[in-house]
Design a protein around this ligand. Structure first.
Ligand code: GLA
Length: 378
């Protein structure tokens, strides 16, 4: 006992002196800094979306390289704590030829995120759109076999996921595999035509092998329409039952002031999460027009003015969806907006070229809209 007491005493004395020396040293550092008259560190005084939601989930934004400097970068750093590359990780861009990868813009975004402590969601590894020409064909121009295509998928996933291993925390592994028509199940894409449904599970397995720590998502749109919920649920259940390494479901959230309803949204979240999957809203925006899929010309006289009525509908809808998100914070692990501000969004070109849209929480001058203030009022 006696001995132990002495040893303890010695330790305590050592700790005491270490504290003293430490304090003096730190003090000197501070004095040194003060003497050099360094400008006071910039303190962010205004709260951003990410701060209001810090006890809920990360708030992300889809970006391209050109958003990483100037006023967009400032807005991103003030408001968001996660980014998703909008286009540059899609296969067409990142893997344009069989033996060539193009990392330039993707590296830029990941480095920016790392430098500023933002999370990165990878988007995406396997999709029916924006694929490079070489992918499904052999050198003679014939469709490749299933084993060739699965090997190509594996190489692609190993290379891309490997490139950002440990720096990208979540991947959209499969994007939009469910068909648009209620009569069909899996979309009849080249992936499906060549490999059958199996390519889906395989993609998750490859991604998991490439980075066992990355959180893997199935991602899709119109995910709250009751009929589509059933088909997505069916696919997810098959994957979960087969012990495929899937972690969550990404609900894109390309919504409008007309849908989803509160009930549809709640039902969808409840249904998907009943499988033990986490839910993320991965591409959120809120069009002021009804949803349309096919590209078309602007009709004569078709207005693109944000009237007070439309604005009010958007405010109400944004308020409603964020209330629901907060209610489900136990299963929601991220909400990502698709683009930074109304100054420019992909909805200015799609589905109607040149028809202005106003889908985000920041206006064309990058200032918070009324909807923003409703979203952070809780
Ligand atoms: C889908 C894709 C996204 C993007 C949008 C439009 O939702 O998942 O990558 O192409 O369409 O920008």
């Amino acid at each position: 006992m006696e001995k132990k007491f002495n040893v303890e005493g010695l330790r305590n004395r050592r700790t005491f002196w270490l504290l003293i020396v430490g304090t003096v040293l730190l003090g000197n550092v501070n004095i040194g800094q003060a003497q050099k008259k360094q400008p006071a560190a910039k303190v962010q005084t205004e709260k951003g979306l990410k701060d209001y939601y810090q006890n809920y989930f990360p708030i992300g934004v889809a970006v391209s390289g050109r958003n990483l400097t100037g006023p967009d970068a400032k807005l991103i750093l003030a408001q968001f704590n996660s980014v998703t590359p909008e286009n540059c990780m899609k296969m067409e861009v990142i893997h344009p030829e069989e033996n060539r990868y193009n990392w330039t813009e993707a590296d830029k975004i990941v480095n920016f995120a790392q430098a500023h402590g933002l999370k990165v969601r990878g988007h995406n590894l396997c999709w029916h759109e924006q694929n490079p020409k070489w992918l499904f064909k052999d050198s003679k121009g014939n469709l490749v076999t299933k084993s060739v295509l699965l090997n190509r998928l594996k190489d692609h996933i190993f290379k891309v996921v490997g490139q950002y291993k440990g720096r990208i925390y979540a991947w959209d592994v499969i994007n939009e595999a469910i068909d648009d028509s209620a009569q069909n199940f899996i979309r009849k894409s080249e992936w499906y035509k060549i490999c059958g449904e199996e390519y889906i599970a395989k993609a998750f397995e490859y991604a998991h092998q490439a980075d066992p720590k990355a959180l893997l998502f199935y991602n899709d749109y119109n995910t709250e329409r009751p009929e589509k919920v059933e088909r997505i649920y069916m696919l997810l259940k098959r994957l979960v039952d087969a012990k495929v390494p899937i972690y969550g479901v990404g609900l894109q959230g390309h919504w409008s002031i007309f849908e989803p309803s509160e009930k549809e949204l709640r039902d969808a979240i409840a249904k998907y999460s009943s499988l033990g999957l986490t839910v993320q809203f991965t591409e959120l925006d809120m069009s002021i027009y009804p949803w349309e899929k096919l590209k078309r010309e602007r009709r004569q006289g078709e207005s693109d003015v944000l009237t007070p009525e439309l604005e009010q509908k958007q405010i109400d809808q944004y308020k409603m969806i964020f209330k629901v998100f907060r209610d489900y914070k136990d299963v929601i692990t991220g909400v990502t907006f698709w683009n930074v501000s109304d100054k420019h969004s992909w909805l200015d070109e799609y589905p109607v070229m040149g028809r202005k849209n106003y889908p985000l929480l920041f206006d064309q001058k990058r200032k918070p809209k009324k909807a923003f203030w409703e979203v952070v009022k809780f």
